[in-house]
Design a protein around this ligand. Structure first.
Ligand code: ZN
Length: 160
């Protein structure tokens, strides 16, 4: 008889790729489409003060528009930078402008490196660490996703 171990099966999915909630909803402030965000992402990143006003962390959406102050929203509830314990680098004017929350790559660090060396080792460093140390984007990155897309977009958009 084969007894499948449910918990073991779930353990195999701990890397970057837990399916994100499906469906998109318009941000109440900027009107851009925002994607659903995992409950555990919100739970890990909110400040204690913000948490004290929210009983449940599921059903939130993430607005990635760089000019919009909204980070998460759910119905009438809007969460902005002051409600999060990390600086959301994708939003304009944030310092430090975090892009990779697992291994500490910021826009500032990438820019310094490119000005100094003509190129950035960010992508290689992140790839290497993902393969060795492992990443925790789901709970560290406000987007709940791997940061590689954001990092390469920043490099390509500004320096190439
Ligand atoms: Zn927005």
């Amino acid at each position: 008889m084969i007894v499948k171990n449910k918990e073991g099966a779930e353990d195999n999915q701990h890397d970057c790729c837990t399916p994100q909630p499906k469906g998109k909803v318009e941000c109440p402030e900027c009107g851009k489409k925002a994607k659903g965000i995992l409950e555990k992402t919100v739970q890990h990143l909110l400040t204690n003060k913000a948490k004290s006003n929210i009983a449940l962390y599921d059903g939130f959406y993430y607005c990635k528009s760089s000019t919009c102050r909204v980070i998460y929203f759910r119905g009438d509830v809007i969460l902005t930078q002051e409600d999060l314990s990390v600086k959301v680098g994708l939003k304009d004017g944030t310092t430090p402008a975090n892009l990779c929350y697992c291994f500490g790559w910021t826009k500032e660090k990438i820019k310094d490196e490119i000005l100094k060396n003509g190129k950035s080792g960010a992508i290689d460093d992140i790839k290497h660490k993902m393969a060795t140390v492992g990443c925790s984007c789901e709970i560290k990155n406000p987007s709940g996703n791997c940061c590689m897309g954001d990092v390469s977009k920043y490099i390509k958009g500004n320096f190439i």
